[in-house]
Ligand binder design. Structure first.
Ligand SMILES: [Zn+2]
Length: 130
């Protein structure tokens, strides 16, 4: 039976995205303003796109706990119990999740998935390819 309490549990584990430190004064109070980042401390501005290309150390691939590359549609198995923030839900180690999705630019989580307990955003390091 489906009740309303099983719906809309799309719980972000982490919602903040990381802003880069100012390349001029290295302080971290920066914020995006249109197509630029702005540093309020030294008033330096620089384009968001250029820095994202040059400074991102990630190769853009999402890898599981074993370093295997994950793709949308893959099935994975959780390698540890994951307690869902703000709820009593625990996703159990060994749970198999089918049809994961890899959203672009999602910040600090890499994988969207659906289980019988709801929809969740997870980090790839807590799963392995099934
Ligand atoms: Zn600055």
């Amino acid at each position: 039976m489906i009740t309303t309490s099983t719906i809309a549990r799309f719980t972000p584990l982490i919602v903040m995205s990381n802003l880069p430190a100012c390349p001029q004064c290295t302080l971290e109070n920066t914020y995006p303003d249109g197509a630029n980042y702005v540093c309020p401390d030294c008033a330096f501005e620089w384009p968001i796109a250029a820095l994202a290309d040059a400074g991102d150390v990630s190769d853009g691939l999402v890898k599981d706990a074993n370093g295997q590359v994950l793709s949308s549609g893959d099935s994975v198995i959780l390698i540890k119990d994951l307690k869902v923030k703000g709820s009593s839900i625990v996703l159990k180690k060994g749970t198999k999740i089918k049809g994961i999705r890899l959203p672009e630019g999602a910040g600090d989580h890499e994988v969207d998935c659906k289980t019988e307990q709801g929809a969740f955003m997870l980090k790839a390091e807590f799963m392995k390819k099934a």
